[in-house]
Design a protein around this ligand. Structure first.
Ligand code: SF4
Length: 472
């Protein structure tokens, strides 16, 4: 399923630059098949952005390769959410230096959230001067022009930094390459207005901008026509979709429109902010034909004191109210969540409230993180007296609790029948990889590769966090 599928065709001035770049590589540099390597760090939003950048590169005549050693262009689409992600980029830049030394014509490009931070840009310029182009999240639509300027030495010494603060509407109709023919991400909005005290996203991605519903519906329909079966709507906070648009539309009403096509498919979405998750949303899921019965609702903490410090703008009680409503309205619904352990000022008592909430909700899976400060966020200035060792102890305690909950949920599913999408086939194991409606991994033995098809499955066994099924 790694074949690239091109969906759109560009247009206008950037398409002209794509043609010019194609000409430079073919006619001037005499490279018949230029190769680009694109590495994506971080969230699904970045994966989606990289699909657009790969689409533009393809329009310029590049083949996308997984091998950076022989690439003519090496592009890192970076993530700023955790320091660890940034360190990985700096580490890989060190490796790329040797490639650039061997072949000085290789163009090194850095883009994405990291580059929206001025100190990071300064560090790159100082310590990694071989980087040719740095551009921010709001400049991506001008990628062809920027690359053309580099190749044409229109920029100073052939290097370019292009970070604009203007938050344009979302790039529409960009060429796009998807590396999966069954599952696709559709970005419905960009940016965030919430300013959770630990998060860098609003500073690097800017304020919320929703795509027009017609553009989303058009893209969605096109994907269904092309045979895509599992479509995930993306945004930093999908629940506030439409608030910035003139027309009267919100996320539940968008979902309703997308649920109405006569194909067999699944709709998923992320990420939801609990403060904007409404009963209307739950009702739409409950009455839908295609929306997966899994709600990812990042709670982060079960202590009201900590939620306040995090600036999350909901309480444990309001969170539990929406969870209870969903349990009541959507049979067999599962929940997943994100938890930060050891937020500055968190006590063991606060942490125990998180444990209580986890036991109460019974999440099918959790994404857990030990708090790590992000420079430039309010939380990074808060006193943080609990040691990393202590926080790690808390995290292990939490994981143990969660493990038995996941196990219990999986066990309860044995004996159930489900219609699921076969996402992948593992030839040497003769096994189809699927996901239950509640987003739990499900393995189904099969002698035939049925990936891309919906199959009826009997759930026959469970493991710690996964299920085993048999074809009906
Ligand atoms: S909702 Fe909060 S955690 Fe999520 S992107 Fe916005 S600021 Fe960051």
């Amino acid at each position: 399923m790694s074949e690239f599928v091109k969906i759109y065709s560009y247009g206008g001035v950037q398409e002209e630059y794509c043609k010019k770049i194609n000409k430079i590589y073919h006619e001037i540099m005499k490279i018949e098949k230029p190769v680009a390597y694109v590495k994506t760090y971080g969230c699904q939003q970045n994966v989606s952005d990289s699909e657009k950048l790969k689409g533009m590169l393809s329009e310029m005549g590049f083949t996308i390769s997984c091998d950076c050693d022989k690439a003519d262009i090496i592009l890192f689409n970076t993530c700023a959410i955790r320091e660890n992600a940034e360190n990985k980029v700096f580490g890989n830049l060190g490796r790329v230096k040797a490639i650039k030394k061997k072949n000085p014509n290789t163009i090194i490009i850095l883009c994405g959230c990291m580059t929206e931070q001025e100190p990071v840009v300064q560090k790159i310029k100082l310590m990694y001067p071989f980087v040719d182009l740095i551009f921010g999240t709001h400049s991506a639509q001008e990628f062809p022009k920027m690359l053309y300027d580099i190749l044409n030495k229109n920029s100073s010494k052939g290097k370019l930094v292009h970070i604009i603060n203007k938050e344009d509407s979302i790039l529409e109709n960009a060429p796009l390459i998807r590396n999966n023919k069954i599952k696709a991400f559709i970005s419905i909005m960009s940016g965030c207005n919430n300013f959770c005290s630990y998060c860098i996203v609003p500073y690097v991605r800017g304020r919320e901008r929703s795509r027009r519903p017609e553009a989303i519906i058009k893209e969605f329909k096109l994907l269904l026509e092309k045979g895509y079966k599992d479509l995930t709507l993306l945004g930093q906070n999908v629940n506030s979709y439409g608030k910035d648009l003139e027309e009267q539309i919100n996320f539940p009403s968008l979902l309703k429109k997308l649920d109405d096509f006569k194909y067999e498919y699944k709709i998923r979405f992320m990420t939801s902010h609990p403060k904007d998750a409404t009963k209307e949303l739950v009702d739409v899921i409950a009455n839908s034909k295609h929306i997966a019965r899994n709600i990812h609702l990042p709670v982060q903490s079960g202590s009201n004191q900590i939620l306040k410090r995090m600036n999350r703008k909901y309480t444990k009680e309001s969170y539990l109210e929406i969870i209870e409503y969903a349990k009541e309205k959507i049979p067999n619904v599962t929940f997943s969540s994100d938890i930060i352990v050891g937020f500055p000022g968190e006590t063991y008592e606060d942490f125990c409230e998180t444990l209580e909430l986890i036991k109460n909700v019974k999440f099918s899976s959790l994404f857990t993180f030990i708090y790590s400060p992000r420079e430039g966020t309010p939380a990074a200035t808060l006193p943080d007296p609990v040691s990393k060792k202590e926080k790690t102890k808390w995290l292990l305690e939490l994981l143990k609790v969660q493990e038995s909950i996941s196990q219990e949920i999986c066990k309860k599913m044995v004996g159930r029948e489900e219609r699921v999408l076969a996402e992948n086939y593992i030839e040497n194991e003769k096994c189809l990889m699927c996901r239950s409606d509640g987003n739990i991994i499900l393995k189904v033995p099969s002698n035939t590769d049925l990936s891309g098809e919906f199959i009826n499955v009997n759930i026959v066994d469970s493991a710690r966090e996964s299920l085993m099924g048999s074809l009906i």
